[in-house]
Design a protein around this ligand. Structure first.
Ligand SMILES: [Mn+2]
Length: 314
């Protein structure tokens, strides 16, 4: 059975502690469990203090089949950041803007160019989701239409190749929308004049929503998955949710990370939906869910380790 582990963002000490709490033991440098497999939901890099150690721990488990992993948006962004733009000499597919470089800065500072090349090749091979026996894992959103689009582009363009990346970062392409949905989650545009500040202080007009449930009878506030202030009053306009298909209650449980949830105690988001990202890189906690084959998830199966980082660290 599987232990599904949330976004790490370079917090290797907390990861070791979590794995030990889950009953994994380090043998010849590799954490392993006699009967269980870890599954990482992506976002291994950026932000935290021990990116090299986190990658080394995760990759050792992955190559010894004691863990599975999916790609997070930070790994995807890193691939695009380091891939030259074929149409603009000297530029990269993900622009080296101040904002993008800042988001990636801890990785650039802690990891040498040679090491990074090797890690990028590993990122490139990671699946974007896992549909395992009785359980599903994805970084941000389980969206069958987007997955179909990604699958056909992966086949056509030879995996996450430079051609794939180059298509995926062009706004307006089907692949762009599909990657946004699966790796960054469903977002809707706030009405004119409304915005909020994200965790890095950037103003945003796109709101991350609770894609796994129906928007009917929701308000902006109740349908938002990460922001809870400054949102428009009143009901959530149904025309904003054309692309949202709620996650079927009869489907296998789905786990994801990405959302920087904050709570004293983790809880499932629906009977078959759980997020395991509780903001370890912002003074929260590293979170896992110990899954034993159940169709209905249970709040007492989350396991957490508090972040070593204080919540006020910017
Ligand atoms: Mn993420």
């Amino acid at each position: 059975m599987y232990d599904i582990i949330g976004d790490i963002h370079g917090h290797a000490d907390e990861l070791s502690e979590l794995l030990e709490q889950l009953g994994y033991e380090r043998q010849q440098g590799v954490y392993r469990h006699p009967t269980r497999t870890a599954v990482f939901v992506g976002d291994f890099i950026d932000r935290g203090p021990q990116i090299r150690e986190a990658l080394s721990l995760i990759r050792a488990m992955h190559s010894n089949q004691t863990a599975l992993a999916v790609m997070g948006n930070h790994e995807f962004n890193a691939l695009a950041y380091h891939t030259p733009d074929p149409d603009e000499p000297g530029e990269f597919l993900r622009k080296h803007s101040e904002k993008n470089t800042k988001q990636h800065s801890e990785t650039l500072r802690q990891i040498s160019d040679d090491e990074l090349l090797d890690h990028l090749e590993w990122f490139r091979q990671l699946p974007m989701w896992l549909d395992l026996e009785g359980v599903r894992i994805v970084h941000a959103c389980w969206d069958p239409d987007s997955m179909t689009a990604i699958e056909s582009h992966l086949q056509e363009l030879g995996g996450v190749s430079a051609e794939f990346l180059s298509d995926a970062i062009r706004q307006g392409t089907r692949l762009f929308d599909a990657i946004e949905a699966v790796l960054k989650g469903k977002e809707v545009k706030l009405p004119d004049g409304f915005f909020y500040h994200d965790k890095d202080g950037n103003p945003r007009t796109m709101l991350r929503v609770k894609w796994y449930r129906s928007p009917v009878n929701e308000t902006f506030d109740s349908y938002s998955l990460s922001v809870d202030e400054g949102l428009p009053p009143g009901p959530f306009p149904p025309e904003l949710t054309k692309s949202i298909q709620p996650y079927p209650a009869a489907d296998a449980p789905v786990f994801f990370g990405h959302y920087w949830l904050r709570s004293e105690v983790p809880s499932r988001l629906a009977a078959n939906v759980a997020c395991v990202d509780y903001s370890v890189a912002k003074g929260g906690m590293l979170c896992a869910y110990r899954w034993d084959g159940e169709r209905l998830l249970s709040d007492d199966k989350f396991v957490t380790v508090p972040s070593n980082e204080s919540a006020s660290t910017e």
